[in-house]
Design a binder for this molecule. Sequence first.
Ligand code: PXG
Length: 292
Amino acid sequence: MSLLIYMQHGKHKGGLVSEEDAKVSVFDHGLLYGDGVFEGIRAYAGKVFKLQEHIDRLYNSAKAIRLDIPMTKKEMTAAVRDTVKANKLTDCYIRLIVTRGKGPMGLDPGKCVDPCVVIIATTIAMYPEEQYEKGLEIITATTLRNHPAALDPRIKSLNYLNNILAKIEADNAGTFEAIMLNTDGLVAECTGDNIFLIIEGALCTPPGTAGVLKGVTRSVVMELARKQKIEVKEVCLSRYDVYSAEECFLTGTGAEIIPVVKVDGRIIGDGKPGPITRKLLKEFRKLTKSGK
Ligand code: PXG
């Protein structure tokens, strides 16, 4: 079935067009140079989860690369909701993309006049429930996460090659994810997920300054943990901390909260998803069902 896609070029009022008519120029700098930003969002039972937080991150990413999104946040919010509704989707994945737009060859973003906004709402391929029950095995990639002084991982840019190189390592090892270290050799995040450890009963995750995308799911999980009276710490973590942790899990829009039971051949905790991970996953699912 053909989807309806929201498209807007510059300030010209956008709208929904069929998938076949949703076209981006081959001269778009999003394609030529990965010059643009994006968001991955989910809707549960027709309600878009944490839409405001995703929109805020999109506009912050755009600001950091000096890209003016040609719509207000209010217009963008309405366009996202309209796209989901028009496609008659309830549980779905939403991809929001803003590219620098069409321009001549050459890097100069100043020569691109009309940023291009695309909103896709489509069905979501969920991870098998078995992975949540058994937990994942992952590896540490040799590819380091981008240095924040080169390309800050807090910018969710269209240039994902850094993560893709690590994802290839995960694929080669037969695992679904890979931990990426920062240039200090400390744990940053995974290729498309943030990482959490339980150490002495406290929930630990690397801070934004360790070179990580500040995941929306990451923030939700930290909030849920605080409500459960679990201590939450944003601290620098090493591979030693991962190997000796009581529990480990990953968070992301697609994965939600997924337990990790083996890293680089080391068994984490007792090799099964731990009690805090399971409790947080239960609370997270309650929240997504609640429509808040
Ligand atoms: N780190 C990175 C590098 C990411 O790309 C996350 C962490 C988790 O952030 P959220 O806000 O989702 O909790 C991401 C997000 C995809 C896809 O299509 C990727 C993400 C999210 C949704 C879909 O591969 N990555």
